[in-house]
Design a protein around this ligand. Structure first.
Ligand code: SAM
Length: 335
């Protein structure tokens, strides 16, 4: 089996590069100007994890205003540019093209954006087999939320990665073993499937506001696969090596080096199973989780779904009332 470096090892291995690139990373983050989606130390952690793994393909699920996009492009630049790695950046949103890219273009080289394909698209409708193609080392950044995306990632992408080197980085989850998370409900009700709103939930040692934490916990348990937090690697690495901690803070700086990350990661190569199991994705039977009026249910069940699981315009108009489709519509709670 190939060596699997943890985020803490990647941080340590590439601390000098990170220190050297600080001014450029500062400039990039300033140009993106959307720190709420990815803070400085998360930029640093994702940069070193990518640079350390040396993927030849990065699939970015959810670009938003493009923090992760620019972080990956910076790592690719350091790895040798478009000959070394391509970036498939997928998002419903055009905010990166409209708002971020013109700002970033002012401070980067002409070929900075060349490794990327910045698709404005629905992740649920992509042909991942074709997208992955002959790639040998694939890094997936999973930062679009909810159960539909989770089914796509676990059932539509993972089967194509199981026999090649890969890393999957999942944003928006905190490891409660290493962080003080408020456990008070306060004024909030239960988390009921929303994504990235005020309500959160605790599952095992994960605290999160996004649905995919449930899906990955289920997937990891079924496949006897470890699911790691960035924090656990940092605490394991630095607790017995305080001199390294001091060195990191001195060299990299306290903003780019923190023991906090708010993301998890895995590779299926560490699953202790002889055969991975994956959820079905695409061409699926229609399952409505709340019984509609009988005649509507009959109509709905007879209408074949497109491969993406989304209704086409024609199906939407003939098959079911809006209330039924809206329950199934993955656009309804995106952040
Ligand atoms: C949290 S933001 C991503 C932030 C980004 N990774 C960053 O670092 O700045 C999540 C993005 O996922 C996108 N998204 C949600 N559902 C999607 C879908 N079905 N297809 C494509 N993009 C989707 C949203 O439009 C949103 O821009």
């Amino acid at each position: 089996m190939n060596q699997v470096n943890t985020p803490a090892e990647a941080y340590w291995n590439h601390r000098q590069l990170l220190a050297d690139l600080r001014p450029e990373l500062d400039q990039l983050r300033k140009a993106v100007d959307w720190p709420g989606d990815l803070g400085p130390s998360q930029w640093a952690q994702i940069f070193v994890m990518t640079y350390d793994f040396k993927p030849d393909l990065i699939i970015e699920l959810g670009r938003g205003y493009g923090n992760s996009t620019c972080c990956f492009l910076k790592a690719i630049e350091q790895m040798g540019g478009k000959e070394a790695c391509r970036l498939e950046s997928l998002c419903l949103n055009n905010g990166f093209q409209k708002r971020t890219r013109p700002q970033v273009e002012k401070i980067v080289s002409n070929d900075f954006f060349e490794p990327g394909d910045y698709k404005i698209c629905n992740i649920l409708e992509q042909d991942f087999k074709a997208m992955i193609g002959e790639a040998r080392r694939v890094l997936v950044f999973w930062d679009a939320h909810g159960f539909e995306i989770a089914e796509c990632a676990l059932g539509g992408i993972m089967p194509h990665l199981q026999n090649r080197e890969h890393r999957v980085l999942m944003h928006d989850m905190t490891d409660t073993r290493y962080n003080d998370c408020s456990r008070e409900y306060g004024d909030l009700g239960l988390w009921k499937g929303e994504n990235a709103v005020d309500t959160d939930y605790f599952i095992g040692h994960i605290n999160t506001k996004v649905g995919q934490a449930l899906s990955i916990t289920d997937f990891a348990n079924r496949n006897n696969m470890p699911f790691f937090s960035v924090e656990e690697s940092l605490h394991e690495f630095y607790t017995d090596a305080p001199e390294k901690l001091v060195e990191m803070e001195r060299l990299v700086g306290q903003d780019y080096f923190t023991m906090w990350g708010h993301w998890f990661w895995y590779t299926m190569s560490l699953a202790k199973t002889t055969k991975m199991t994956f959820p079905r994705f695409g061409n699926k039977a229609v399952v409505v989780d709340e019984a509609p009026v009988h005649t509507e249910e009959d109509t709905l069940a007879k209408v074949p779904m497109p491969a993406s699981g989304l209704p086409s315009k024609e199906q939407e108009s003939v098959a079911a009332p809006k209330s039924v489709w809206s329950k199934m519509n993955p656009f309804r709670k995106v952040s």
